[in-house]
Design a protein around this ligand. Structure first.
Ligand SMILES: O=C(O)CCc1cccc(O)c1O
Ligand SMILES: [Fe+2]
Length: 315
């Protein structure tokens, strides 16, 4: 069995644009710095990162549920860095082979585009985009039809089995959530112009990207002021979700339904499927011998995020 470490972290591109009180910003920064120090001490030979996308890399011309990158580039939205991720192609190919052989229909991309959902945790937890080799695994969290928690768990297990057999010191990351509802457009309610952007909006010009980011920033400002129609954060739902992960209660996790997730926690709460997959990967990689700890939670409206962190160590 190879050494593994699990770190899950909410992402939010609003950090630095619309911030909560300085004490909260500092508390989160201290917590992230502690996670980063643990990663540094662990010194991973490989990162496997489960993350979502927000119509920056994956579009409705062809939307896979799951996709592994054998090569990937960060678009550099908000304050994240643009540029290539150091993806070990042959290991990613072997991982894809293993997962598909396990009956999970994982798509493969030899030119994956990723956004802040991938870039932010890599940069915050390792210091830069290219510090360690990374295998990016996308989970569709915004475009219906959406996979179930159960399916996200099965994906994670198949990846975890691959990690177990690989024999490399591997850091497993989950990026996203928890309860939140930033203004990501939905095909069902889109105007023709917005629908076109959802179907084929790859590589917008700087002005279009900036306009979009300004809309999110404006939405966060009004959400923090309590004058927004966006779905409220749901700390009780978030705490219960993390508790299920900590207790490794896969039966409870499998029982989550998509409509109930949206209803209770907002449309973007589906991003927590990256945490489900990451924890399931940890479970399979350690043969069930790990301990998970919820180490941070705060509902932070300025960041439109039920903002949380969880760490898992092999035991
Ligand atoms: O740019 C977007 O479309 C959404 C940005 C965004 C905002 C708050 C929390 C998130 O998880 C997130 O991704
Ligand atoms: Fe997100």
């Amino acid at each position: 069995m190879s050494a593994v470490l699990l770190q899950c972290l909410s992402h939010t591109p609003l950090k630095g644009y619309v911030d909560p009180q300085p004490e909260v910003v500092e508390e989160v920064a201290r917590m992230v710095a502690a996670q980063r120090a643990e990663v540094e001490a662990f010194d991973p030979e490989l990162i496997v990162l489960f993350a979502p996308d927000h119509y920056n890399g994956f579009f409705l011309d062809t939307m896979p549920q799951f996709c592994i990158g054998t090569a990937a580039t960060s678009v550099g939205d908000y304050m994240t860095s643009a540029g290539p991720l150091p993806v070990p192609r042959e290991i990613a190919e072997a991982c894809a082979e293993h997962v598909v052989a396990a009956d999970i229909d994982l798509a493969i991309s030899y030119r994956m585009l990723v956004d802040h959902g991938f870039a932010q945790p890599i940069e915050e937890l390792t210091g830069s985009l290219d510090r360690y080799p990374v295998i990016p695994i996308f989970i569709n969290s915004v475009a219906p039809p959406l996979v179930s928690f159960r399916r996200a768990r099965q994906l994670g297990e198949a990846v975890g089995e691959f990690i177990r057999g690989l024999g490399k010191r591997t850091l497993i990351l989950g990026s996203g959530g928890l309860s939140h509802n930033p203004p990501v457009p939905q095909m069902a309610t889109a105007t023709a112009e917005v629908a076109e952007r959802l179907i084929a909006g790859r590589n917008p010009g700087p002005e279009a990207r900036d306009a979009r980011q300004q809309r999110t920033i404006a939405a966060a400002t009004s959400f923090a002021a309590g004058t927004s129609p966006l779905h409220p954060l749901n700390p009780a739902w978030d705490e219960a979700f993390m508790d299920n992960l900590v207790r490794q209660d896969w039966t409870a996790l499998d029982a989550y339904g998509n409509a109930a997730i949206t209803e209770a926690a907002g449309a973007s709460a589906h991003e927590v499927k990256t945490w489900v997959a990451a924890n399931a990967a940890m479970n399979a990689a350690t043969g069930g011998h790990y301990r998970a700890e919820a180490r941070y939670y705060k509902a932070i409206p300025e960041w439109i995020a039920g903002f949380a962190a969880l760490t898992g160590v092999a035991v």
